[in-house]
Each structure stands twice: as structure tokens, then as C-alpha cells.
Ligand binder design. Structure first.
Ligand SMILES: [Zn+2]
Ligand SMILES: [Zn+2]
Length: 250
């Protein structure tokens, strides 16, 4: 299994950066960042090869790139330059998934430009449940994620197995320190963990308690890279910064 980091930044990326998002085996996208379709092309990937989009939760910095992706897929179909012959399966943790998909289609005026319509298979996956088909197995638990003063957000921590390649990876979207993640990630070689809502030391403690081989930190501002890495390695030496444009073999 190959995990390619498209972006690793915090909520508002700086110039040339992208918010935390990654591509697994070239056809499973985790979150869309702000502008993933352009980033995918920049890195030599074909967005039309995507089969799955996993949205860890429905906060804007994790789905802002969705309209651009759907427009790209739609316009390619019209032009005949590329096309996707299968529906894009979109998996997310709350009823807001359907809401966001509908609003995105409205924003793109698919009712007026029906030829652009992209076939989607939405799948609401309540954290704690598992999604499985002939290609992937996606186990989940709840993250601990509160925005604003007390707005609890349904957010997933995921353990993904691609049945066509060996390897399982565990990743969070946004989460505060949440000890159950260590139990959930036990035995998995690589944990990709938020270090924005959790401190780097907390992410590292989770990795240590889970006994993973490597921890990759995502979603903090790049200016904090060296501080984050120092904090994490003090707790768990096999900690690394996820770097945009780099991949990790699992
Ligand atoms: Zn969030
Ligand atoms: Zn976020």
C-alpha cells in the first residue's frame, strides 16, 4: 500500500500548501483539501482514476476541494478527454454528507448543466461501523472533535485495508487526544495523526500506546514543524512529519 501526502497543512494553507489530505494506491482520496484536483495533477496523478473519497468529517477545510473535483470529472466527460466509468463512492460520518453533496451539486448547477453530472455513491458511515465491499475494508471509531465552544462534530478515525494490496493504515482527521485510538490502531504499521487539535506529544503517546511502527504528523502549520517533531520524538522516537509530495509504503 502506498500513501501519498497531497497536503499536510493546517486549516488555512499558505502559498503552495494544501490542507491535510492524502491519496492511497492512487484511487482512494482521504479528504479533498482546498484544491486537491489541481494538486493531484501537479503530482502526476489522474483525478479521474479515483474510486473512493473518504471524508473524515464534514468541516469545510476537509471538503472545500469537492466542487472542483466534481467539475473536473464532469467536464472531462463532456469533452471526452477523460472519463470515469464508475460512480465515485463518497464515504463520510454524518447525515451532513448528503447535505454537502446536494449543496455541491446545486453550486455546480447540475440541474441546468445535466451533462456535467457525476455519478456518486454516497455512504453515511456512523463512526464505530465498518464499510466493506470487494475492494476495501474501512473500520472506524469516533474521533474526539469539538469546534467552536461546544459544537461536537461527528468525525471518524479510520483503519483502511485495500484488498488488492497488502497493508493497512490507520488515520485520523481532526481529533483531540483520544486514548481509544491507541486500542483501535494496535498492530497497524503506520498511524497518521492530527497534530493540530492534539499536541504532537499526545499524538506520539497514542502511537506509542498502539505499538505502531511509525507515526506521521499532519494538519499543523508548517512553521511549527521542527517544534512538533521534537515534541513527538521525545515521546515516540519513530515519529515523522508528513511531507506534501512524499509517500510512505505501508
Ligand atoms: Zn474539523
Ligand atoms: Zn481540520
Amino acid at each position: 500500500m502506498k500513501v501519498f501526502f497531497i497536503g499536510t497543512s493546517a486549516c488555512t494553507p499558505g502559498k503552495g500548501e494544501e490542507t491535510a489530505s492524502f491519496l492511497i494506491n492512487e484511487h482512494i482520496l482521504v479528504d479533498t483539501g482546498w484544491c486537491n484536483v489541481l494538486k493531484l495533477k501537479e503530482y502526476g496523478f489522474a483525478p479521474e482514476k479515483l474510486k473512493y473519497l473518504i471524508l473524515t468529517h464534514l468541516h469545510q477545510d476537509h471538503y472545500l476541494g469537492l466542487p472542483q473535483l466534481l467539475f473536473y470529472l464532469g467536464i472531462g466527460k463532456v469533452d471526452g478527454t477523460y472519463s470515469q466509468d464508475w460512480p465515485l463512492t463518497v464515504i463520510g460520518p454524518s447525515e451532513k454528507l448528503d447535505y454537502v453533496l446536494k449543496k455541491t451539486e446545486d453550486f455546480l448547477q447540475f440541474d441546468r448543466f445535466q451533462e456535467l453530472t457525476v455519478q456518486l455513491h454516497p455512504h453515511v458511515l456512523i463512526p464505530g461501523k465498518t464499510y466493506e465491499d470487494e475492494n476495501i475494508r474501512l473500520e472506524t471509531i469516533s474521533a474526539k472533535h469539538i469546534s467552536g465552544v461546544d459544537r461536537t462534530e461527528k468525525a471518524m478515525v479510520c483503519k483502511l485495508t485495500d484488498k488488492h494490496s497488502s497493508g493497512t493504515v490507520c488515520f485520523t482527521g481532526d481529533t483531540s487526544y483520544h486514548p481509544p485510538i491507541a486500542d483501535f490502531a494496535r498492530g497497524v504499521p503506520v498511524l497518521i495523526h492530527d497534530s493540530c487539535h492534539s499536541s504532537a506529544a499526545e499524538a506520539a503517546a497514542t502511537a506509542r500506546d498502539a505499538g505502531v511502527a511509525k507515526l506521521f504528523l499532519i494538519h499543523h502549520p508548517p512553521a511549527e514543524n521542527s517544534k512538533k517533531l521534537r515534541e513527538a520524538r521525545a515521546v515516540f522516537p519513530a515519529s515523522f512529519l508528513a511531507e506534501a509530495g512524499q509517500s510512505v509504503e505501508v
